[in-house]
Design a protein around this ligand. Structure first.
Ligand SMILES: N=CN[C@@H](CCC(=O)O)C(=O)O
Ligand SMILES: [Fe+3]
Ligand SMILES: [Zn+2]
Length: 426
Protein backbone atom coordinates (compact mmCIF):
# COMPACT_ATOMS: atom_id res chain seq x y z
CA UNK A 1 0.00 0.00 0.00
CA UNK A 2 1.29 3.50 -0.79
CA UNK A 3 2.17 5.83 2.05
CA UNK A 4 -0.86 7.99 1.36
CA UNK A 5 -3.13 5.21 2.55
CA UNK A 6 -1.42 4.68 5.86
CA UNK A 7 -3.10 6.14 8.89
CA UNK A 8 -0.59 7.93 11.07
CA UNK A 9 -2.80 9.62 13.64
CA UNK A 10 -3.97 7.84 16.78
CA UNK A 11 -6.04 10.77 18.02
CA UNK A 12 -9.45 10.14 19.58
CA UNK A 13 -11.12 13.09 17.86
CA UNK A 14 -11.20 14.39 14.33
CA UNK A 15 -11.88 18.09 13.96
CA UNK A 16 -12.65 19.61 10.57
CA UNK A 17 -12.99 23.38 10.55
CA UNK A 18 -13.45 26.34 8.24
CA UNK A 19 -14.84 24.30 5.34
CA UNK A 20 -15.90 26.74 2.63
CA UNK A 21 -18.89 24.43 2.17
CA UNK A 22 -19.75 21.49 4.37
CA UNK A 23 -22.28 19.51 2.36
CA UNK A 24 -24.19 17.30 4.81
CA UNK A 25 -26.79 15.59 2.57
CA UNK A 26 -28.73 15.24 5.83
CA UNK A 27 -32.36 14.18 5.98
CA UNK A 28 -34.50 11.10 5.47
CA UNK A 29 -32.98 8.52 3.10
CA UNK A 30 -33.23 7.92 0.26
CA UNK A 31 -33.94 11.40 -1.03
CA UNK A 32 -36.67 11.04 -3.65
CA UNK A 33 -37.80 13.50 -6.30
CA UNK A 34 -37.71 17.15 -5.21
CA UNK A 35 -35.86 16.27 -1.99
CA UNK A 36 -32.83 15.48 -4.16
CA UNK A 37 -32.34 19.23 -4.56
CA UNK A 38 -31.57 19.59 -0.85
CA UNK A 39 -27.94 19.21 0.20
CA UNK A 40 -27.88 20.88 3.62
CA UNK A 41 -24.88 23.14 2.95
CA UNK A 42 -23.18 24.79 5.93
CA UNK A 43 -20.78 27.61 5.03
CA UNK A 44 -17.63 27.98 7.19
CA UNK A 45 -18.61 24.50 8.33
CA UNK A 46 -17.09 22.32 11.00
CA UNK A 47 -17.43 18.71 12.09
CA UNK A 48 -16.29 16.80 15.14
CA UNK A 49 -15.94 13.03 15.28
CA UNK A 50 -15.03 10.75 18.14
CA UNK A 51 -13.75 7.19 17.65
CA UNK A 52 -14.77 7.33 14.01
CA UNK A 53 -18.34 8.57 14.51
CA UNK A 54 -19.69 12.06 13.94
CA UNK A 55 -20.65 13.75 17.22
CA UNK A 56 -21.22 17.35 16.07
CA UNK A 57 -21.81 19.25 12.80
CA UNK A 58 -22.29 23.00 12.46
CA UNK A 59 -20.64 26.41 11.92
CA UNK A 60 -16.98 26.78 12.88
CA UNK A 61 -17.69 29.66 15.28
CA UNK A 62 -20.17 27.46 17.17
CA UNK A 63 -17.80 24.53 17.73
CA UNK A 64 -18.12 23.03 21.21
CA UNK A 65 -15.13 23.04 23.59
CA UNK A 66 -12.77 20.16 22.90
CA UNK A 67 -9.22 19.39 24.02
CA UNK A 68 -7.33 20.18 20.81
CA UNK A 69 -4.40 18.01 21.91
CA UNK A 70 -6.66 15.00 21.47
CA UNK A 71 -7.79 16.07 17.99
CA UNK A 72 -6.50 15.43 14.54
CA UNK A 73 -7.25 18.87 13.10
CA UNK A 74 -8.00 19.37 9.41
CA UNK A 75 -8.21 22.98 8.25
CA UNK A 76 -10.62 22.85 5.31
CA UNK A 77 -10.38 26.54 4.35
CA UNK A 78 -11.02 26.92 0.63
CA UNK A 79 -12.26 23.32 0.46
CA UNK A 80 -15.66 21.71 -0.02
CA UNK A 81 -16.30 18.82 2.38
CA UNK A 82 -18.72 16.10 1.28
CA UNK A 83 -19.82 12.71 2.59
CA UNK A 84 -17.57 9.92 1.20
CA UNK A 85 -18.89 8.65 -2.11
CA UNK A 86 -20.81 5.38 -2.17
CA UNK A 87 -20.26 3.51 -5.45
CA UNK A 88 -23.35 1.33 -5.23
CA UNK A 89 -22.88 -0.84 -8.34
CA UNK A 90 -19.58 -2.45 -9.36
CA UNK A 91 -18.22 -5.81 -10.46
CA UNK A 92 -14.76 -5.26 -8.99
CA UNK A 93 -13.41 -8.79 -8.46
CA UNK A 94 -12.53 -10.40 -11.79
CA UNK A 95 -9.68 -11.93 -13.74
CA UNK A 96 -8.54 -10.92 -17.23
CA UNK A 97 -9.52 -8.04 -19.50
CA UNK A 98 -11.61 -7.65 -22.66
CA UNK A 99 -10.06 -4.75 -24.56
CA UNK A 100 -10.76 -6.33 -27.98
CA UNK A 101 -14.45 -6.43 -27.23
CA UNK A 102 -14.59 -2.67 -26.71
CA UNK A 103 -13.38 -2.16 -30.27
CA UNK A 104 -15.66 -4.86 -31.70
CA UNK A 105 -18.57 -2.95 -30.21
CA UNK A 106 -17.32 0.28 -31.78
CA UNK A 107 -17.28 -1.66 -35.04
CA UNK A 108 -20.98 -2.41 -34.59
CA UNK A 109 -21.11 -5.80 -32.85
CA UNK A 110 -23.80 -5.61 -30.12
CA UNK A 111 -22.96 -6.37 -26.48
CA UNK A 112 -25.51 -9.21 -26.22
CA UNK A 113 -24.33 -10.79 -29.47
CA UNK A 114 -20.75 -11.01 -28.19
CA UNK A 115 -22.12 -12.81 -25.13
CA UNK A 116 -24.31 -15.07 -27.26
CA UNK A 117 -21.17 -16.11 -29.20
CA UNK A 118 -19.53 -17.23 -25.95
CA UNK A 119 -17.51 -14.05 -25.34
CA UNK A 120 -18.36 -11.08 -23.14
CA UNK A 121 -19.10 -12.04 -19.54
CA UNK A 122 -18.19 -15.67 -20.37
CA UNK A 123 -14.63 -14.62 -21.26
CA UNK A 124 -14.25 -13.04 -17.85
CA UNK A 125 -15.73 -16.20 -16.32
CA UNK A 126 -12.93 -18.26 -17.89
CA UNK A 127 -10.23 -15.95 -16.56
CA UNK A 128 -11.81 -15.65 -13.13
CA UNK A 129 -12.19 -19.41 -12.73
CA UNK A 130 -8.47 -19.77 -13.48
CA UNK A 131 -7.38 -17.08 -11.03
CA UNK A 132 -6.41 -17.99 -7.49
CA UNK A 133 -7.97 -16.30 -4.51
CA UNK A 134 -4.68 -14.47 -3.86
CA UNK A 135 -4.54 -13.19 -7.44
CA UNK A 136 -8.13 -11.97 -7.30
CA UNK A 137 -7.50 -10.34 -3.96
CA UNK A 138 -4.39 -8.50 -5.15
CA UNK A 139 -6.31 -7.15 -8.14
CA UNK A 140 -9.25 -6.21 -5.93
CA UNK A 141 -6.97 -4.37 -3.53
CA UNK A 142 -5.38 -2.30 -6.32
CA UNK A 143 -8.83 -1.39 -7.60
CA UNK A 144 -10.04 -0.36 -4.14
CA UNK A 145 -6.92 1.82 -3.74
CA UNK A 146 -7.75 3.57 -7.01
CA UNK A 147 -11.40 4.03 -6.00
CA UNK A 148 -10.43 5.44 -2.62
CA UNK A 149 -8.28 8.04 -4.36
CA UNK A 150 -11.45 9.24 -6.10
CA UNK A 151 -13.25 9.65 -2.81
CA UNK A 152 -15.10 6.34 -2.60
CA UNK A 153 -15.43 5.14 1.00
CA UNK A 154 -18.07 2.43 0.45
CA UNK A 155 -18.39 0.23 -2.62
CA UNK A 156 -20.77 -2.53 -3.61
CA UNK A 157 -19.17 -5.47 -5.42
CA UNK A 158 -20.81 -8.36 -7.25
CA UNK A 159 -19.78 -11.93 -7.85
CA UNK A 160 -21.03 -13.39 -11.14
CA UNK A 161 -17.81 -14.26 -12.93
CA UNK A 162 -17.74 -17.81 -11.58
CA UNK A 163 -21.18 -19.21 -12.42
CA UNK A 164 -20.22 -22.25 -10.37
CA UNK A 165 -20.28 -22.69 -6.59
CA UNK A 166 -16.57 -22.69 -6.07
CA UNK A 167 -15.68 -19.54 -8.02
CA UNK A 168 -18.72 -17.56 -6.92
CA UNK A 169 -17.82 -18.28 -3.29
CA UNK A 170 -14.18 -17.40 -4.02
CA UNK A 171 -15.18 -13.99 -5.37
CA UNK A 172 -17.35 -13.38 -2.32
CA UNK A 173 -14.60 -14.53 0.07
CA UNK A 174 -12.19 -12.09 -1.60
CA UNK A 175 -14.65 -9.23 -1.03
CA UNK A 176 -15.17 -10.30 2.57
CA UNK A 177 -11.41 -10.23 3.24
CA UNK A 178 -10.90 -6.96 1.40
CA UNK A 179 -13.73 -5.44 3.42
CA UNK A 180 -11.91 -6.35 6.63
CA UNK A 181 -8.44 -5.30 5.48
CA UNK A 182 -8.96 -2.24 3.28
CA UNK A 183 -10.20 1.19 4.40
CA UNK A 184 -13.00 1.11 1.81
CA UNK A 185 -16.10 -0.77 3.02
CA UNK A 186 -17.14 -3.47 0.55
CA UNK A 187 -20.81 -4.51 0.42
CA UNK A 188 -20.94 -7.96 -1.23
CA UNK A 189 -23.61 -9.05 -3.69
CA UNK A 190 -24.11 -12.59 -4.96
CA UNK A 191 -24.78 -12.52 -8.70
CA UNK A 192 -24.57 -16.14 -9.80
CA UNK A 193 -27.35 -15.28 -12.24
CA UNK A 194 -25.14 -13.01 -14.36
CA UNK A 195 -25.02 -15.25 -17.45
CA UNK A 196 -25.69 -18.87 -18.38
CA UNK A 197 -22.47 -20.90 -18.14
CA UNK A 198 -21.48 -22.92 -21.25
CA UNK A 199 -22.34 -26.28 -19.65
CA UNK A 200 -25.95 -25.08 -19.13
CA UNK A 201 -26.34 -23.51 -22.60
CA UNK A 202 -29.97 -23.88 -23.71
CA UNK A 203 -30.97 -25.07 -20.21
CA UNK A 204 -31.47 -21.82 -18.35
CA UNK A 205 -34.23 -23.18 -16.10
CA UNK A 206 -31.91 -25.94 -14.92
CA UNK A 207 -29.22 -23.37 -14.18
CA UNK A 208 -31.78 -21.36 -12.19
CA UNK A 209 -32.60 -24.53 -10.21
CA UNK A 210 -28.89 -25.06 -9.57
CA UNK A 211 -28.51 -21.48 -8.28
CA UNK A 212 -31.56 -21.82 -6.03
CA UNK A 213 -30.89 -25.35 -4.75
CA UNK A 214 -27.11 -25.35 -4.42
CA UNK A 215 -25.35 -22.02 -4.66
CA UNK A 216 -27.70 -19.67 -2.81
CA UNK A 217 -27.93 -21.88 0.29
CA UNK A 218 -24.11 -22.09 0.47
CA UNK A 219 -23.79 -18.31 0.07
CA UNK A 220 -26.38 -17.74 2.81
CA UNK A 221 -24.80 -20.28 5.13
CA UNK A 222 -21.35 -18.71 4.81
CA UNK A 223 -22.83 -15.25 5.37
CA UNK A 224 -20.71 -13.77 2.59
CA UNK A 225 -23.33 -11.73 0.73
CA UNK A 226 -25.76 -9.00 1.75
CA UNK A 227 -27.53 -8.76 -1.63
CA UNK A 228 -28.56 -11.01 -4.48
CA UNK A 229 -28.68 -9.55 -8.00
CA UNK A 230 -29.83 -10.97 -11.36
CA UNK A 231 -29.11 -9.91 -14.95
CA UNK A 232 -32.75 -9.77 -16.05
CA UNK A 233 -32.43 -9.30 -19.81
CA UNK A 234 -33.69 -10.69 -23.09
CA UNK A 235 -31.90 -13.99 -23.73
CA UNK A 236 -30.34 -14.04 -20.25
CA UNK A 237 -32.74 -14.40 -17.28
CA UNK A 238 -36.44 -13.78 -17.89
CA UNK A 239 -38.77 -11.92 -15.57
CA UNK A 240 -40.09 -15.21 -14.21
CA UNK A 241 -36.62 -16.71 -13.70
CA UNK A 242 -35.42 -13.50 -12.02
CA UNK A 243 -38.48 -13.50 -9.74
CA UNK A 244 -37.78 -17.12 -8.70
CA UNK A 245 -34.14 -16.43 -7.86
CA UNK A 246 -34.76 -13.22 -5.92
CA UNK A 247 -37.71 -14.72 -4.03
CA UNK A 248 -35.51 -17.64 -2.97
CA UNK A 249 -32.71 -15.24 -2.01
CA UNK A 250 -35.05 -13.15 0.10
CA UNK A 251 -36.29 -16.27 1.89
CA UNK A 252 -32.66 -16.93 2.86
CA UNK A 253 -32.26 -13.41 4.25
CA UNK A 254 -30.53 -11.71 1.31
CA UNK A 255 -31.79 -8.36 0.00
CA UNK A 256 -32.71 -7.93 -3.65
CA UNK A 257 -31.17 -5.90 -6.47
CA UNK A 258 -31.84 -6.22 -10.17
CA UNK A 259 -30.04 -5.42 -13.44
CA UNK A 260 -33.25 -4.14 -15.01
CA UNK A 261 -34.24 -2.96 -18.49
CA UNK A 262 -30.65 -2.33 -19.56
CA UNK A 263 -30.82 -3.23 -23.24
CA UNK A 264 -34.43 -4.31 -23.82
CA UNK A 265 -37.56 -3.07 -22.03
CA UNK A 266 -38.60 -6.32 -20.29
CA UNK A 267 -40.40 -5.05 -17.20
CA UNK A 268 -37.43 -5.33 -14.85
CA UNK A 269 -38.24 -2.05 -13.12
CA UNK A 270 -41.76 -3.31 -12.38
CA UNK A 271 -40.35 -6.59 -11.05
CA UNK A 272 -37.88 -4.77 -8.78
CA UNK A 273 -40.73 -2.69 -7.39
CA UNK A 274 -42.96 -5.76 -6.94
CA UNK A 275 -40.22 -7.55 -4.97
CA UNK A 276 -39.43 -4.46 -2.86
CA UNK A 277 -35.85 -4.58 -4.16
CA UNK A 278 -33.43 -2.16 -2.57
CA UNK A 279 -32.41 -0.96 -6.04
CA UNK A 280 -33.14 -1.43 -9.73
CA UNK A 281 -30.07 -0.73 -11.81
CA UNK A 282 -29.30 0.46 -15.37
CA UNK A 283 -32.92 1.20 -16.48
CA UNK A 284 -31.91 2.59 -19.89
CA UNK A 285 -35.11 1.15 -21.35
CA UNK A 286 -37.40 1.39 -18.32
CA UNK A 287 -41.01 2.08 -19.32
CA UNK A 288 -43.19 4.85 -17.91
CA UNK A 289 -45.05 2.24 -15.86
CA UNK A 290 -41.74 0.87 -14.58
CA UNK A 291 -40.54 4.31 -13.54
CA UNK A 292 -43.74 5.10 -11.70
CA UNK A 293 -43.64 1.68 -9.98
CA UNK A 294 -40.15 2.47 -8.65
CA UNK A 295 -41.37 5.81 -7.30
CA UNK A 296 -44.22 4.13 -5.46
CA UNK A 297 -42.22 1.23 -4.03
CA UNK A 298 -39.31 3.33 -2.76
CA UNK A 299 -36.84 1.22 -4.74
CA UNK A 300 -33.74 3.29 -5.58
CA UNK A 301 -33.16 3.73 -9.32
CA UNK A 302 -29.42 3.29 -9.79
CA UNK A 303 -28.27 4.97 -12.97
CA UNK A 304 -24.93 4.04 -14.55
CA UNK A 305 -24.22 6.69 -17.20
CA UNK A 306 -20.70 5.50 -18.03
CA UNK A 307 -22.15 2.18 -19.21
CA UNK A 308 -24.51 3.91 -21.62
CA UNK A 309 -21.53 6.03 -22.74
CA UNK A 310 -19.27 3.00 -23.33
CA UNK A 311 -22.02 0.93 -25.00
CA UNK A 312 -23.22 3.97 -26.97
CA UNK A 313 -26.77 3.27 -25.82
CA UNK A 314 -29.35 5.98 -24.99
CA UNK A 315 -29.06 7.26 -21.42
CA UNK A 316 -31.56 6.34 -18.72
CA UNK A 317 -34.35 8.89 -18.17
CA UNK A 318 -33.06 10.20 -14.85
CA UNK A 319 -34.85 13.53 -15.24
CA UNK A 320 -38.24 11.83 -15.69
CA UNK A 321 -37.49 9.61 -12.71
CA UNK A 322 -36.62 12.48 -10.38
CA UNK A 323 -39.47 14.66 -11.63
CA UNK A 324 -41.92 11.84 -10.94
CA UNK A 325 -40.70 11.35 -7.37
CA UNK A 326 -38.17 8.52 -7.66
CA UNK A 327 -34.93 8.31 -5.67
CA UNK A 328 -31.97 8.17 -8.05
CA UNK A 329 -28.46 6.95 -7.21
CA UNK A 330 -25.46 7.22 -9.52
CA UNK A 331 -22.75 4.55 -9.69
CA UNK A 332 -19.88 3.52 -11.94
CA UNK A 333 -20.72 -0.11 -12.89
CA UNK A 334 -16.95 -0.75 -12.94
CA UNK A 335 -16.51 -4.07 -14.80
CA UNK A 336 -14.18 -5.47 -17.50
CA UNK A 337 -16.82 -5.47 -20.25
CA UNK A 338 -19.48 -2.81 -20.57
CA UNK A 339 -17.70 -0.15 -18.48
CA UNK A 340 -14.05 -0.47 -17.54
CA UNK A 341 -13.92 2.69 -15.45
CA UNK A 342 -14.35 3.59 -11.80
CA UNK A 343 -14.31 7.31 -12.54
CA UNK A 344 -16.66 9.13 -10.18
CA UNK A 345 -15.73 12.44 -11.92
CA UNK A 346 -16.86 11.08 -15.30
CA UNK A 347 -20.11 9.81 -13.78
CA UNK A 348 -20.74 13.29 -12.37
CA UNK A 349 -19.95 15.02 -15.66
CA UNK A 350 -22.20 12.70 -17.69
CA UNK A 351 -25.01 13.02 -15.15
CA UNK A 352 -24.95 16.79 -15.60
CA UNK A 353 -24.47 16.98 -19.36
CA UNK A 354 -26.38 13.88 -20.54
CA UNK A 355 -28.93 13.13 -17.82
CA UNK A 356 -29.87 16.73 -17.02
CA UNK A 357 -29.28 16.31 -13.30
CA UNK A 358 -28.39 19.33 -11.18
CA UNK A 359 -25.21 19.48 -9.11
CA UNK A 360 -27.22 18.98 -5.91
CA UNK A 361 -29.00 15.92 -7.32
CA UNK A 362 -25.66 14.49 -8.40
CA UNK A 363 -24.13 14.94 -4.96
CA UNK A 364 -27.09 13.25 -3.26
CA UNK A 365 -27.09 10.47 -5.87
CA UNK A 366 -23.41 9.72 -5.19
CA UNK A 367 -23.72 9.80 -1.39
CA UNK A 368 -26.92 9.32 0.58
CA UNK A 369 -28.89 7.64 -2.22
CA UNK A 370 -25.95 5.36 -3.03
CA UNK A 371 -25.87 4.44 0.65
CA UNK A 372 -29.61 3.68 0.55
CA UNK A 373 -29.08 1.53 -2.55
CA UNK A 374 -26.72 -0.69 -0.55
CA UNK A 375 -28.88 -0.69 2.59
CA UNK A 376 -26.32 1.38 4.51
CA UNK A 377 -27.97 4.80 4.80
CA UNK A 378 -28.33 4.40 8.57
CA UNK A 379 -24.53 4.28 8.82
CA UNK A 380 -23.01 6.26 5.93
CA UNK A 381 -23.89 8.63 3.07
CA UNK A 382 -24.45 11.86 5.00
CA UNK A 383 -22.67 14.00 7.58
CA UNK A 384 -25.01 13.61 10.54
CA UNK A 385 -24.48 12.90 14.22
CA UNK A 386 -24.18 9.16 14.85
CA UNK A 387 -22.95 8.27 11.38
CA UNK A 388 -19.48 7.17 10.33
CA UNK A 389 -17.04 10.03 9.80
CA UNK A 390 -16.49 9.12 6.14
CA UNK A 391 -15.73 12.23 4.16
CA UNK A 392 -14.06 13.75 1.18
CA UNK A 393 -12.32 17.13 0.85
CA UNK A 394 -12.24 18.69 -2.60
CA UNK A 395 -9.43 20.94 -3.80
CA UNK A 396 -12.03 23.62 -4.52
CA UNK A 397 -14.51 25.57 -2.38
CA UNK A 398 -17.79 24.35 -3.89
CA UNK A 399 -19.50 21.06 -4.77
CA UNK A 400 -20.14 22.57 -8.23
CA UNK A 401 -16.52 21.86 -9.18
CA UNK A 402 -17.26 18.14 -9.06
CA UNK A 403 -19.21 18.61 -12.29
CA UNK A 404 -17.60 21.75 -13.67
CA UNK A 405 -14.02 20.35 -13.54
CA UNK A 406 -15.21 17.72 -16.00
CA UNK A 407 -13.70 14.28 -15.62
CA UNK A 408 -10.94 15.50 -13.27
CA UNK A 409 -10.21 13.94 -9.92
CA UNK A 410 -10.33 16.94 -7.57
CA UNK A 411 -10.33 14.98 -4.30
CA UNK A 412 -7.63 16.28 -1.99
CA UNK A 413 -8.19 14.12 1.11
CA UNK A 414 -10.31 11.13 2.05
CA UNK A 415 -11.28 10.40 5.64
CA UNK A 416 -12.67 6.99 6.62
CA UNK A 417 -14.01 6.23 10.07
CA UNK A 418 -12.51 9.49 11.34
CA UNK A 419 -8.98 8.87 9.98
CA UNK A 420 -7.23 10.44 7.01
CA UNK A 421 -6.69 7.45 4.71
CA UNK A 422 -5.73 9.23 1.50
CA UNK A 423 -4.05 12.55 0.83
CA UNK A 424 -3.23 13.88 -2.62
CA UNK A 425 -0.11 15.63 -1.39
CA UNK A 426 1.55 12.36 -0.29
N1 LIG B 1 -25.03 -6.07 -17.69
C1 LIG B 1 -24.54 -6.98 -17.06
N2 LIG B 1 -23.50 -6.91 -16.24
C2 LIG B 1 -22.52 -5.89 -16.27
C3 LIG B 1 -21.51 -6.11 -17.33
C4 LIG B 1 -20.67 -7.25 -17.05
C5 LIG B 1 -19.65 -7.54 -18.10
O1 LIG B 1 -19.83 -7.20 -19.29
O2 LIG B 1 -18.65 -8.15 -17.70
C6 LIG B 1 -23.16 -4.54 -16.29
O3 LIG B 1 -23.76 -4.22 -15.29
O4 LIG B 1 -23.03 -3.76 -17.23
FE1 LIG C 1 -23.59 -3.48 -14.19
ZN1 LIG D 1 -23.74 -4.66 -13.13
Amino acid sequence: MRDCFIQKSDKKFLLIKHAAELVTCAGPAPKAGAAMAEMGIITDGALLAQDGKIIWVGKTDELPEVDQAQCEIVDAAGRCVLPGFVDSHTHLVFGGYRADEFFWRLGGLPYLEILERGGGILNTVKATRQATKEELKALGRQRLDAMLAMGVTTVEGKSGYGLDSETELRQLAVMDELNREHPVDVVPTFMGAHAIPPDYKGRTDEYVDFIIDEVLPAVAEQGVAVFCDVFCEKGIFSIEQSRRILTAAKALGLKAKLHADEIVSLGGAELAAELGACSADHLLQASDAGISALGTSGTVATILPMTAFCLREPYARARTMIDSGTAVALATDYNPGSCFSHSIPLVAALAATQLGMTAAEIVNALTINGAAAVGAAHRVGSLEVGKEADLVLLEYPSHQFLVYHAGMNIVSKVIKHGKVVWDKTC
